[in-house]
Ligand binder design. Structure first.
Ligand SMILES: *Cc1c(COP(=O)(O)O)cnc(C)c1O
Length: 419
């Protein structure tokens, strides 16, 4: 994580002191490095130099419109999974012709919105969805470009909650029956069947499952072309992993090689949907130590960020590095926990961390993906602020929520008013 580094014992993001941001806007907050995003995007893109490709950032990993706008400016499209994400991508100025839409449960309303926006492609996930896409396109007097999401039954060897390409998962259509579904879709009068899609899982640290999936997809494309279906896009989804702790993340070149070898000289536009790979190490969560306490057997650092701010440790037992914003001489084995009333509310367990005193700051590393994105108001905690650092300045891209934001959408029913 070169974009967050120490100078004279305190952590900076691209030349901006995290301590200074904390003193100016309070804690907790997420801070992202613009240069990290642009460097990751460019190396990803360069790994496929010379090939027709569209890189669609997976919005759900880091959906702030400031981030989407940054990626859009670099040439990224968007991979969306809801009408809300379509709204965000359009608000951020992302070119609709670079938006692909996946998800097993698209509503008719969401489909209409995406047709109106003129997105590149729907990644359809079931036979029934094909019919609904066809109906809605016809009603709107439009044609819907589609890919079918194929479940290649490849084991990504990751956490069970983030594997998506196995038969037992709810996503896509099994590779054995999908050819029939393609023929069926090709016969529907308001669909243009142009792509094949797969997304086999998340946080893959081995490229061989991508190679396996790509081979299956390429052979499918050849079959479909033989069936007279003119496939123009191969969408390989996202899932490329990053280093959180001691895992070795694949180099972009090795990932590209795995896919390009399978693709050979096939004439096709490649689509990728990286989320975590671009956002994960671009952001950290900064939190202040409120209290420390010893239970006899354990030492706790109680901080002002919690599972509502960063759910991954509680949800997946995920590892995030915990570094002091101001380096300390001493370390201590501790649990770093938040104020939420749940035993599962922790950011790190039995961790040897810097012995940051009350009032000091920790940076929870690699928090850019599925961090703020999964944040909630649980325990009526206003959500954290988000900050983007670029060119030696920082910009608030999401202000800290207020109490008024918490109750804004709520109301007391009329029969209880004027008590
Ligand atoms: C979540 C998701 C992605 C992004 O996954 P990462 O592991 O963050 O790269 C891409 N495509 C689809 C369809 C997804 O659901």
């Amino acid at each position: 994580m070169d974009y967050f580094s120490y100078e004279n014992g305190t952590m900076y993001c691209e030349g901006v002191s995290l301590e200074q941001i904390a003193s100016e806007i309070g804690t907790p907050f997420y801070v992202y490095s613009a240069k990290s995003f642009s460097d990751s995007f460019n190396t990803f893109s360069n790994a496929f130099k010379g090939r027709e490709k569209i890189i669609c950032f997976a919005v759900k990993s880091c959906p702030n419109i400031g981030i989407l706008s940054l990626l859009g400016s670099l040439g990224a499209g968007a991979d969306i999974v809801s009408g809300g994400e379509l709204h965000r991508a359009l608000r951020a100025g992302i070119n609709p012709e670079k938006i692909v839409y996946a998800g097993v449960g698209k509503t008719r309303q969401e489909i209409r919105e995406a047709l109106d926006a003129g997105i590149l492609m729907f990644n359809a996930e079931s036979a029934q969805e094909l019919d609904v896409l066809n109906e809605e396109a016809k009603k709107a007097g439009k044609r819907a470009r589609i890919a079918i999401r194929v479940n290649p039954n490849v084991d990504p060897k990751t956490h069970p909650y983030i594997s998506t390409g196995l038969k037992k998962n709810k996503f896509g259509i099994s590779v054995e029956t999908v050819r029939e579904q393609f023929r069926y879709a090709a016969g529907l009068d308001s669909l243009d069947v142009e792509g094949v899609h797969c997304h086999i899982g998340s946080q893959l640290t081995d490229v061989s499952p991508f190679a396996d999936a790509a081979k299956i997809m390429v052979s499918l494309i050849k079959d479909l072309r033989a069936d007279g279906i003119d496939i123009k896009y191969l969408d390989m989804g996202g899932g490329l992993g990053i280093t959180y702790n001691d895992e070795t993340a694949p180099e972009h070149e090795d990932y590209a090689k795995a896919i390009l070898e399978a693709a050979g000289n096939l004439d096709i536009t490649l689509i990728f949907e990286p989320g975590r790979n671009l956002s994960g190490n671009a952001g950290v969560l900064v939190t202040r130590v409120l209290y420390t306490k010893d239970s006899g057997t354990k030492h706790f650092k109680i901080v002002d960020a919690a599972m509502n701010d960063l759910a991954r440790p509680s949800l997946y037992d995920a590892y995030h590095g915990i570094l002091p914003v101001c380096e300390t001489a001493e370390t201590i084995t501790c649990d770093v926990v938040g104020p939420v009333c749940e035993t599962g509310d922790f950011l790190a367990k039995d961790r040897i961390a810097a012995d940051v005193p009350v009032g000091g700051l920790f940076a929870v590393m690699s928090a850019g993906a599925y961090g703020m994105s999964m944040a909630s108001n649980y325990n009526s905690r206003p959500r954290a602020a988000e900050v983007l650092v670029s060119g030696g300045n920082y910009y608030i891209i999401r202000r800290r929520e207020t109490y008024a934001d918490l109750t804004g959408p709520e109301s007391v029913p009329s029969f209880l008013r004027n008590r």
